[in-house]
Unconditional design. Sequence first.
Length: 159
Amino acid sequence: MTRADGEAPPGSLLDDVSKAIIAELQQDGRRSYSAIGRAVGLSEAAVRQRVQRLLDSGAIQIVAVTDPMQLGFARQAMIGIRADGDLGPVADALAEIPEVDYVTITAGSFDVLVEVVCESDDQLLELISHRIRSIEGVRTTESFVYLKLCKQTYSWGVR
């Protein structure tokens, strides 16, 4: 249910206009506010305000997605971690490591999955052996080294 001004109530799912703005940005994160406004039926100023609210709330991020190989990072890997106790502190400690770009608490064979980007195999070895395995609660790790990135997309749409 939306309010009279067309916005979803606080704490609820995004309204249709915000979803349309997100869809426009997923197609091209550099699209101008005026172009988005024409597509969704709002003024440039209204789109600017909505985008800022979406950014401030954490609903969206607007970033440049890079190819790590072209930036000198020769090794990417997903690391499955089995841990004891409360997983929150383990995930928080992993998130503080600069080479870690993705952390998720999971159900299944692993308690936590992290994606890492390293400059070399030596850096990956040091990261796993000395920094990840030394985190309190980490019991075991299993590494999945990326050989070739075949697809990476962030345009799954909105519902």
